[in-house]
Write a protein that binds this ligand. Sequence first.
Ligand SMILES: Nc1ncnc2c1ncn2[C@@H]1O[C@H](COP(=O)(O)OP(=O)(O)OP(=O)(O)O)[C@@H](O)[C@H]1O
Length: 269
Amino acid sequence: MMDVIQVADLRKSYGKTEVLCGISFQVRRGEIFGILGTNGAGKTTTLECMEGFRKYDGGRIQLKGSVGIQLQSASLPGCMKPLEAVELFARWKRTKPDGELIEGLGIREFSKKKYAELSTGQKRRLHLVLALTGNPDILFLDEPAAGLDVKGRLALHERIRRLNRRGATIVLASHDMAEVEELCVRIAILNSGRIAFLGTAEELADRVDSRFVIRIRTEQGERTYRAAHIGEDLLRILESLKREKVEVLDVSVSRGTLEQHFMDLAKGA
Ligand SMILES: Nc1ncnc2c1ncn2[C@@H]1O[C@H](COP(=O)(O)OP(=O)(O)OP(=O)(O)O)[C@@H](O)[C@H]1O
């Protein structure tokens, strides 16, 4: 599959603090790629360098295709009405406002308000419409669901998937594991300015030892174990409970969520 984004040895410092210490990754055409990291890991800096908004100190970034960027809030004049902003962006992109997009993200609900009067979620929805205007080949989203309620979040995720099915490559920065797990196939985890992991969620699960979560309900309450090898470990746990004469009522086994794996990596485990 063709790479539409290539980032090689990207370096960035703010003053004397090196925030990106030479990160490299590629994004393939048509994928939803997640950049994960805890607060301050360097996700926004990485995105802004890729978007061309921020100068970087070293390395190389190559993009192939037109770009849409979900700008941060407060980046439009406070007195501007939502549909005026949509019109302005459409003209800038030499296209017409996309009615389906405007309806799909419910912009008309708050179209009479000024930008300064919009809620965080409404601003996010508007910024998403602006980013999507002109059907960009590559879409950058920074914490897209922050400040959205459950309904807004579901609608946004559905919209992101639909766009992706139409061929857009999407790069999404988030510290929300559930969001990344739900949307992205490949992810990069940033930790202290370096890539701690690059690959699929499945590969991440395989890399971390504690892959399974075993929950055992006993007469005394529930116990939780983490296991690398489900067969041997489950047998060992059950045998030890038998020796302790603990009555087992129920056993459930699940794969740990990406969040557990991520936290292990972010902690440098
Ligand atoms: N303009 C700036 N000047 C100085 N330091 C900055 C600047 N922007 C970011 N930083 C610092 O660089 C580091 C990385 O910030 P960045 O915003 O890229 O992280 P992030 O992973 O997006 O974090 P968050 O999840 O909190 O948004 C942080 O320590 C931050 O304080």
